[in-house]
Every structure is written in C-alpha cells, then in structure tokens.
Design a protein around this ligand. Structure first.
Ligand SMILES: [Zn+2]
Length: 203
C-alpha cells in the first residue's frame, strides 16, 4: 500500500480509538517504509545507479531486503508494543500498534514485492494474488479500493488534525491521489496510455 494511505488510514482508525496521539500514530504508520526511502536515496543520490535497475535489481539485494524486513516485521513490532505496555508508555504503544497495522494492510496487497512480515522468526513471504499497484495482479481494482478508502477517510482525519499545516498536508495528499489515480488507473483512451504503466516502489 502507498505510504500516504497508511498515514491516513492508520490515523483514521487509531486516532479515533485513541485521541491525542496523532504524532505517534503518524510515525508508526510511515516508519516501516523508512528503509525504502533510505534505499532510494542511497542508490539514486549517492550511488547514482541507473533508474531501470533500482526496483528490479538493487532493491532485492540482501542488505536492503533485510532493512525492509526489519521495518515490516510484526514480531519485532509486537515486542516493542509489549515493552511499551509493560512500561506504561502510551505513545510507544500507539507507535508500534500503528506499525503493526501498516504490516496488516501491506500483507494482502503485495505480489512479487511481498515483505517478510515474520522476520526474523521466518523468511516466509505471502505472495498475494493481488497487488496494490501492478495491473497484472488486479492492480487497477486494488488501487481503486485504496483510493476510495483514502478519500472516504480523509474527512475523519481532517477532524482529528488540529494544526492548519497538518490539514494542508492532508489536503495536498488528497489532491495528489486524485491526480495520480486519474492519470494512471482511469480508463481514459489516450495514444500514450500503454506507456503510462505505473512503476510503484514497494511500500
Ligand atoms: Zn510498507
């Protein structure tokens, strides 16, 4: 699932259940994808690898795969959650709860870019028949559902947010989604349609 969707959906669910912890929930929603951002930054900005090989080769190197697996590890997040519960530290509990929800949302929508959600206990990957982005694996339907879910929950999150800056960021994400969805997934006949297949990073 796209990282901004995790931010919006996690905040809509956990922010409603536990008001007052928006910061911890937001961090927990996006932290599992931090290794992917770091990967992209390193291979593009520092190592300057060719764009075509980034998501097909470099991303699958063991070092980066382990970093991504740590970010999406449910056992490690559960350990963190239990430690925070034991210490009575609520922001930490919400952070790890949000990270677990991130993995639960990724689990059913990753095909050949599936994460190892049980790392380090197991290297098992659930190869879902559905991909959140790949048109060869129901990507258009999955993207439509994700898009509608996000749009439906934007008003809930808007009411949860207090600062005008956060509300502005949320509005910008909603507009970006609207633009991205109509550009990549709506069946508008266009001569350049075949060259517009999205190349999403696994998030
Ligand atoms: Zn993810």
């Amino acid at each position: 699932m796209n990282t901004p969707s995790h931010y919006i959906l996690n905040l809509a669910v956990l922010g409603t259940l536990s008001p007052g912890f928006n910061g911890a929930i937001t961090l927990g929603a996006i932290a599992p994808d931090f290794p992917i951002f770091a990967f992209y930054l390193v291979v593009r900005a520092i190592e300057k690898r060719p764009k075509e090989t980034i998501w097909s080769e470099a991303y699958y190197e063991p070092f980066w795969q382990n970093c991504v697996a740590i970010g999406h590890s449910v056992p490690l997040a559960v350990l963190g959650l239990l430690a925070c519960l034991y210490c009575g530290w609520q922001p930490g509990t919400l952070f790890f709860g949000s990270a677990i929800l991130h993995s639960c949302l990724d689990f059913p929508v990753h095909n050949d870019d599936a994460h190892r959600h049980f790392f380090p206990i197991s290297d098992y990957r659930f190869i879902s028949p559905v991909s959140y982005w790949d048109p060869r694996h129901y990507g258009k339907i999955a993207a439509s559902i994700e898009f509608l879910l996000v749009l439906a929950t934007v008003p809930i999150v808007f009411n949860l947010l207090e600062s005008p800056i956060s509300k502005g960021i949320l509005g910008a994400i909603a507009l970006l989604y609207l633009w991205g969805y109509t550009r990549f997934y709506l069946p508008i006949p266009s001569p350049a349609k075949s060259s517009q297949t999205p190349q999403n990073p696994p998030s």
